[in-house]
Design a protein around this ligand. Structure first.
Ligand SMILES: [Zn+2]
Length: 768
């Protein structure tokens, strides 16, 4: 349900182009006199400016705005100066969050485009700029003008489509980037930045603006390279060197983390990040934005590199998310990101048994040259939002949220469910500790992972070949142990099943075929065998079993039956109740295509454009309706539930006949997800369900996608409890996940002391 990190880029199909900056005054160093600017037709005459302003820049100020803007040498990133925008003391200030104010980059004439810079129509571009400021946020906007109507302000196209919105600012220079495709017929463009309102004198500065066509991703030549392994030359490297020497794996010490230093290797060992060499681009203490070294590391992984970090580095939540790494029994945690891999273990401890094999495999992977701009605009953008250097306003806002929430009545819930992943658990003792912790924290029910794709976390009578790798390795039946310990601790036991997502190669399943796969199949480039025999690498995170396949469905039915009979769960929750590409993009394997043709013949009124959606709806609804009925037949009391994504659902998905539908009402800590979301989203979803599926019980989920303290979780629970009361909804909540409560988010034994007391207070627990 998570792992949004696994971005699969379209880079390899992008056209090969030069990556030349087409922005006319990037640094910005060229200036024109303010007098000259004012004499130009159509420019904004209301704002105060410096005597010289950067050429090709302009503003649009909403009536009443008092602001000053222009060129300054006092604040710069690399170049000769920057363009700034500052609210003046007599600005009317707050009252609303935004006014229609903009600093326009690349055009001085507000909404007429003949002075804007030239672009090609129907072309992919990337943009980036460095920005700092003590305003809360910036909202980017792209403005395009048609080739023939550059001077027609009404012919322009304003769009925020695909852009990240409301990006927080900090007092450190940081790079923001994004990518876009130009519309048909577009000949000119400008990039506008709308600042949120601020206090008098709040300002932002911008420099090093780049707009370039997105170049192609190409294979990297590694033939001339001497070593495939690099070790970052900082403290903590000694054990790695010792070990590499023992295994006769040649390596080189790397003195900086710049792209050009690290991109020649397949594998990079990273003992530490907190002590960057002065030569590195990036260290907050040195006033250089951390995005620089982070983007170099991300670019390395984006190009297929394997980054092996010390576990200590994982404290760097700003750079990598630990929850994406799964652990093997020798202590090596690994996961995929884009074309490459991330791994981590304790460099000071003993060497994990599986590390050598891991390195040998990584040595052979194909490497790509990915333009750093592309990495920044895709992978980098996600990390930008992690809170490296939160602005003081943002800190104040969060503090205020906590204080406000503390005034609410103490939270109360009748049922408190916690989502637990089985992949982390290796023995009965760990499960025992987990259950005890959950009870002490005040949870009343555990929701345990039953499968990972084809593989099962329990000993199956029907599918002995699908025992989880974990189970084979540890000879340990996770669900059996979990059900027993749940009972001992007075916790209700329930399971979740991830329908058709496939993580590992599995014998005999029918794979889902996507439209892209279909093209390959029809061209004769591959046969079905290619899809049934996919390796773990080819499968990870994206691949599905065909949800329409009768044998896949039968298998899922049998798994539900076994689970109900063996563990008598209170509830079965289904995750990934959809196809790999969403709810309405059906599989196009031979069987599904045939079924779709039959469906079309039986429903002649459905327009061809609606066919996929209607067919998907019919298939998914039939599958889960039958499954629910069978579960109820086996155990009339068993509850059925499903998790669906919060923003992409269609009304028919809401109406799937589960007893319960789970949806997030809290995820991250970013400014665009304020704590008031807990309340607002609960109201929004409850209303949607009442409208489309009055019988379904909507259960709100809280999560810690970003680290959340106990105090924060208490506040979220207080908001949730009060809105549940207000809406007269059942007092039920689900927290995702147990892993995020643990100190290192991986070893599931020690609950983080910064979380436990607050959460326990919120849930009426007995944590000491
Ligand atoms: Zn299919």
């Amino acid at each position: 349900m998570k792992k949004s990190l696994f971005l699969f880029l379209v880079g390899s199909i992008l056209p090969a182009m030069a990556q030349e900056n087409i922005f006319p005054n990037p640094e910005p160093i060229k200036t024109i006199s303010a007098e000259h600017y004012r004499s130009l037709p159509g420019t904004d005459k209301t704002g105060e400016t410096t005597p010289f302003i950067p050429a090709h820049f302009g503003v649009y100020l909403e009536k009443g705005t008092k602001a000053k803007w222009g060129f300054t040498k006092d604040e710069k990133y690399g170049g000769g100066g920057s363009c700034f925008f500052r609210y003046l003391p007599d600005d009317p200030g707050d009252g609303k969050k935004w006014r229609y104010n903009m600093l326009i980059l690349g055009n001085d004439n507000r909404f007429r485009g003949s002075n804007a810079f030239r672009i090609k129509p129907n072309t992919d571009y990337v943009y980036s700029y460095y920005i700092k400021g003590n305003l809360d946020m910036i909202d980017p906007l792209l403005i395009f003008w048609p080739e023939e109507k550059a001077d027609d302000s009404r012919a322009r196209i304003d769009t925020r489509k695909g852009l990240n919105r409301r990006i927080p600012l900090s007092e450190t220079w940081r790079r923001h980037s994004g990518y876009f495709r130009t519309p048909d017929n577009a000949g000119y463009m400008a990039l506008a930045l709308s600042p949120s309102l601020g206090k008098p004198r709040d300002a932002f500065w911008i420099a090093q603006i780049k707009v370039a066509e997105i170049p192609a991703v190409i294979k990297r030549e590694t033939a001339s390279r001497k070593f495939s392994v690099g070790v970052y030359n900082v403290k903590g490297k000694e054990n790695i060197q010792h070990w590499l020497k023992q295994k006769k794996i040649p390596y080189e010490l790397v003195n900086t983390l710049k792209n050009e230093s690290i991109n020649k290797y397949n594998i990079l060992f990273l003992p530490d990040l907190k002590k960057l060499n002065p030569a590195d681009a990036g260290n907050l203490d040195m006033g250089i934005p951390p995005m620089d070294f982070a983007s170099a590391l991300l670019n390395f992984v984006d190009g297929g590199g394997t980054l092996i970090m010390d576990r200590g580095v994982l404290g760097f939540h700003s750079v990598f998310e630990t929850s994406m790494l799964t652990s093997d029994d020798s202590g090596l945690m690994s996961g995929r990101l884009s074309r490459g891999k991330l791994a981590a273990y304790d460099f000071s401890g003993t060497e994990p048994k599986t590390l050598e094999q891991f390195v040998r495999l990584a040595e052979k992977t194909t490497m790509y040259v990915v333009p750093p701009e592309l990495t920044d605009a895709t992978l980098g953008d996600q990390y930008l939002r992690r809170s490296i250097g939160i602005s003081s306003q943002e800190k104040a806002r969060r503090k205020k949220e906590l204080i406000d929430a503390a005034r609410l009545p103490a939270p109360h819930f009748d049922e408190k469910i916690i989502w637990c992943d089985s992949t982390y658990l290796k023995n009965d003792a760990q499960v025992a500790t987990l259950m005890e912790n959950c009870r002490k924290l005040g949870f009343t029910k555990v929701l345990f992972q039953a499968n990972q794709g084809y593989f099962l976390f329990y000993k199956s009578r029907h599918f002995p070949d699908s025992e989880m790798i974990w189970r084979k390795r540890y000879n340990f039946d996770v669900l059996k142990s979990a059900a027993e310990h749940a009972e001992k601790n007075g916790l209700k036991f329930s399971v979740y099943i991830a329908g058709f997502k496939q993580f590992f190669p599995a014998p005999g399943i029918d794979p889902e075929i996507t439209a892209a796969d279909r093209v390959l199949l029809d061209s004769g480039a591959v046969t079905m065998k290619h899809f049934t025999d996919r390796t773990e690498k080819e499968l990870y995170g994206v691949r599905w079993m065909c949800p329409g396949s009768p044998s896949n469905q039968q298998r899922l039915r049998m798994v539900c039956k076994e689970i109900i009979e063996q563990f008598k769960p209170d509830e079965i929750v289904f995750d990934f109740v959809r196809y790999s590409l969403g709810y309405e993009v059906p599989c196009v394997c031979d069987r599904c295509l045939k079924a779709k043709a039959a469906f079309a013949a039986a429903h002649l009124k459905i327009a061809p454009a609606e066919l996929d959606r209607e067919f998907a709806r019919s298939e998914i609804t039939a599958l889960y309706s039958n499954l629910i009925a069978e579960c109820k037949k086996l155990s009339p009391k068993v509850l059925t539930g499903c998790y669906t994504m919060s923003s992409t659902e269609t009304p028919w998905v809401l109406a799937l006949p589960f007893d319960r539908h789970y949806k997030y009402v809290s995820t991250r800590l970013s400014p665009e997800t304020p704590m008031s979301d807990v309340r607002d989203l609960t109201i929004k979803f409850q209303k949607l369900f009442r409208e489309h599926a009055p019988k379904v019980q909507f259960i709100p989920m809280l999560s810690s996608y970003d680290f959340k303290s106990g105090e924060r979780l208490y506040a979220e629970c207080a908001h949730l409890s009060s809105v549940l009361n207000e809406l007269k909804m059942p007092k039920v909540m689900l927290y995702y996940t147990y892993a995020t409560l643990c100190s290192d988010r991986v070893v599931q034994e020690k609950v983080n002391p910064e979380i436990a007391p607050g959460l326990s207070r919120a849930l009426g627990g007995a944590w000491k």
